[in-house]
Ligand binder design. Structure first.
Ligand code: NAD
Ligand code: ZN
Length: 347
């Protein structure tokens, strides 16, 4: 079972995690240009002799070309099957680095040290790794677990407010999938001026929700689809805004997806209206609304139909019948989806 460590002293606890792996013959560190500058100093003391690899920042670099340079650098650094890789960065680094480690010499061990909120609660745990390819996101990849994931919200001191909000949308999703008490605490959290210590507690709970769901369905055959809550509509908004030249962070699109899918949950699965309204209020307060009109509805439907998670050309939604009660594989009439778009624009 993968170790998740909620670190108080990152360098010391990372040293322990490395020790747990016996004696790797080589330590490799993957960062992007930002995490190299901003996060690497935190673990500098344990890096003596490590082979360091730095790549360009952000999802545009999660490519085959970058992966090839990482493999090359691993070779140059003398990595063997007994080496250990540390991925220090956001989801781009944990996805790319995890995949590089999973494939190099048929797989070497790796440790994830997520440095964005999104990667802490989502990308760094659950075993999905990969790259974008042929214009499609996460088109090539594999399931591979980090031996250890070390989590500390201290890294978030340098992260901008938008990326904090973006990651928090996934936490809101986990709370909705979990239980009322957790959901209430998530709506009360002061996201505008986050207390990082308090956030660490929420992050730990959030990771446990994802871990529980993934443990029951590691390869996404059924229950793991619960994690798609907000994402069927959310991905369509992410693509639409990108096409319009007004790209938004993933979590903003997910938050808007949650608004629509909770609206649909009320109509289709008897989700309580007051719980929907409380969640929607929180989302409008912190994420605003997307700039779109009814002329965009056709395109949004097209984008949803092309979602790779569909089976046999049917859009399958993960909805809720209550906080903590998920219903997967729900088909919904187009007219209701349009009403949900109206609601997002005008409610
Ligand atoms: N594997 C999964 O299950 C999974 C789940 C969700 C998302 N993802 C993937 O994760 C990626 C998105 O992750 P992300 O939002 O972390 O993006 P990211 O890794 O691109 O990071 C966002 C930006 O923040 C910078 N950054 C990272 N840590 C920082 C820090 N502590 N201080 C200041 N700046 C910092 C990065 O350099 C980058 O510019 C996407 O590629 C997505 O596909 C994967
Ligand atoms: Zn997501």
């Amino acid at each position: 079972m993968q170790h998740i460590v909620y670190a108080q002293n990152m360098a010391a606890e990372l040293a322990q995690a490395i020790e747990r792996e016996g004696t790797p013959d080589r330590l490799l560190l993957l960062t992007d240009e930002n995490t190299h500058r901003l996060c690497r100093p935190v673990i500098e003391t344990i890096l003596a002799g490590a082979h360091e690899m730095v790549v360009g920042a952000s999802d545009v670099h999660k490519t085959l070309a970058t992966l090839a340079t990482v493999w090359e650098k691993m070779q140059e650094g003398g990595a063997t099957r007994h080496s250990l890789m540390i991925n220090l960065g956001g989801g781009m680094i944990t996805d790319l680095g995890g995949f590089a480690a999973a494939t190099f010499k048929r797989g070497i061990r790796f440790i994830n040290v997520p440095t964005t909120l999104l990667s802490m609660v989502d990308a760094a745990v659950g075993g999905k790794t990969g790259i974008n390819f042929g214009g499609l996101k996460n088109e090539v990849g594999s399931f591979a677990d980090a031996e250890t994931v070390l989590v500390s919200t201290e890294f978030l001191r340098t992260l901008d407010a938008e990326n904090i909000c973006s990651g928090y949308a996934e936490m809101l999703k986990h709370a909705l999938l979990s239980n009322k008490e957790m959901w209430v605490r998530h709506l009360k959290f002061d996201l505008a001026t986050p207390d990082l210590e308090m956030l660490q507690t929420l992050v730990a709970e959030s990771i446990e929700v994802k871990r529980r769901i993934v443990a029951e369905d590691p390869h996404e055959r059924g229950l793991r689809k619960a994690l798609n809550l907000g994402h069927t509509v959310g991905h369509a908004f992410e693509s639409l805004m990108l096409e319009k030249g007004r790209a938004v962070l993933h979590g903003y699109a997910v938050a808007w997806g949650l608004v629509c899918e909770l609206f649909m949950s009320c109509a289709e699965a008897a989700f309580p209206t007051d719980a929907m309204q409380a969640t929607v209020r929180f989302i409008f307060d912190h994420y605003g609304r997307p700039d779109f009109t009814c002329d965009d509805y056709d395109r949004l439907h097209e984008l949803m139909l092309h979602d790779k998670k569909n089976v046999a050309g049917q859009i399958n939604f993960s909805l809720l019948s209550d906080v903590g009660k998920v219903v997967i594989n729900r088909r919904v009439e187009r007219s209701l989806v349009d009403e949900a778009f109206d609601f997002l624009r005008e409610a």
